[in-house]
Write a protein that binds this ligand. Sequence first.
Ligand code: NAD
Length: 503
Amino acid sequence: MAVTDDAPMNPDRVIETHDPRSGALLAVVADQPAHEVRAAVERARIVAADWAEVGVRERIDHLLGVRDRLLKRADLLTETIVAETGKQRAEAVTTELMAVCETIEWYAQHAARILSPRSVAPGTLAHKRAWVRHEPLGVVGVISPWNYPFTLSMTPLVTALFAGNAAVLKPSEVTPTVGLAIAELFEDDRWGGLVEVVTGGGATGEALVRSGVDKVVFTGSVRTGKRVMAAAADSLTPVLLELGGKDPMIVCRDADLERAARGAVWGAFQNSGQTCMSVERVYVDREVADEFIRRVVVLTGDIRQGGAFGDIGSMTFEPQLEVVEAHLRDAVDKGARVLVGGRRRQRPGLWFEPTVVVDVDHGMDLMTEETFGPVLPIMVVDDAEEALRWANESRYGLNSSVWTEDRALGEDLAARVRAGNVCINDCIVSYAICGLPFGGVKDSGIGRVHGPEGLLEFTTTKSVMAPRVALPREPWWFPVPRHLERVALAATRARFRRGRRRR
Ligand code: NAD
C-alpha cells in the first residue's frame, strides 16, 4: 500500500504530475523522505519472511489473482497510463497491460521448474550428493522510469514475487499515479504489504537504494544508473540495471524494402520514440538507399498523431523533448537534412512531429547519444559489413535489428552485432517473448529480466553437499594417511588421462 494513504501530505514535500497532451494538472502526490522509505522497506520485510516460506504454487495462485484484478481494472489502468504518458490507448493496452499479463503467464508456467533445486554431478567426490537451491533474496527495491510506467514497474515486481521476495517500488516522479494504481493491484487480505509503493523524485530513489534492500532493480538512464550503482556499492547491494539504448537497424541490399521501411517507421515512432529499444539509427545499403528513404518519408508523413485512433500520442516529458530539439539542432548545424517533420506542433502539450533525417554521421549526437524521441536518422553505407561496423561503434548495446532476405547473412550479422538482443526482419518486439532474457551489454545495463535468467536474478544461490555413502571418516582427514599421495596421484592419472571418456 502507498505510504501516502496513511499520512496527511506535507505541503513542502509534494510533486505534481501533468497530462502531457495538454499540460493540465493531474495529481499532487507526496515526495517521500528517506525515513518513510525505510519504514516501507521494514514493513515489506515482515511480510517477506512469510512469503518466502510458502510454496511456488501458492505464489503462482496469488500472482494470477493480481492479474485477474488487472484485467478487471483494465479500463481504469489504461486511462491512468494514457493520462500521465500521453501515449495512445492501443499502445497502453498492447505494450503495458498485455505485456505484463504475458510475463505473469510465462512465470506461472515455468517458475516452479526454474526455481526447483538442481542436482550437480559430484565429480571425484562420488560418495557425495550435491545440489543447488534458489532462495529468495528478501526485499527488492524497484525504481522505474516514465516511458512504460506500468510494464517496467510490474515486470520486476511480479518476478520478485514469483521468486519469493517482497518489493518496494519507487515509480518515476513523472508518472506516480500509475505507481499508486499498481499499489492497489497488490492490495489483498492475506498478502497485503508484499508490495509497497513510495513516491518522490531522485532523492526518494536514492533513499531506496540506501535503505537496506537486498537488491535494486533500476530501469532508467545511464547517468542515473551509474549513480544507483555507486550508491549501492556502499552496502554491496547487488543491482540489476536496465539502461538506455541507441539501437541500430541494418538494412541490407536484399531486404524486403517495403517491410523494412514499415518496420523502421514503426520502430522509430511508436510510443513517440520513447522506448529504450526504439530504432534510433538506420544504416542502409547504398544500392537500395534511395528507394528505402523514399518509402520511409511517405510512411512517416502518413502517421496520425493524437485523436482517438491515432498511431502515436504526445511525448511525455518536456526535458526529453528538449533533448530531441538539441540533437536535431546539432545534426542540422553539422550538415544533416530534415526530410519530414522537425518541429513541435503548434498546440498545447508535448507534441513533436515524426522526423526523418539524412546526411548524418557519427560526429553528430543524433547518431551517438540516446535521443529518445520521434526522430529517425538514416545513414547510407557501402555494404552490410560497413553497417555492422557502425552499428557496433556505440557505447550502447540494448536491442538491434538486421533486415535481409538471406537467412544465413541475417543470422551471421545477428551473431556479430554487439547487443543484448537482436531481431531479424523485425524490431523491438523480441521483448514480448517472455522466455527470452532481455537486457543490455556495454552502457545499456547489467543483468536480465524475463526468461529463466530473469527469474534467477531475484534469487540467491545456495550450494548444498551431503553424503551419498556415510563414511566414518573422509580419506584425507587427519592424521593424513601415508599412502594418500600415491593413491591420489594414481587416481588422478586414471581419471584425467586423455581419451578416457571416449573409451
Ligand atoms: P531517469 O534515469 O531520469 O529516472 C529513472 C528513475 O530513477 C526515476 O524513478 C527517478 O526518480 C529515479 N532516480 C533519479 N535519480 C536517482 C538517484 N540518484 N538514485 C535512485 N533513483 C533515482 O530515467 P527516465 O528519464 O525516467 O527514463 C528514461 C530512460 O530510461 C532512458 O534512458 C531509457 O532508455 C531508459 N529505459 C531503459 C529501459 C531498459 O529496459 N533498458 C526501459 C525503459 C527505459
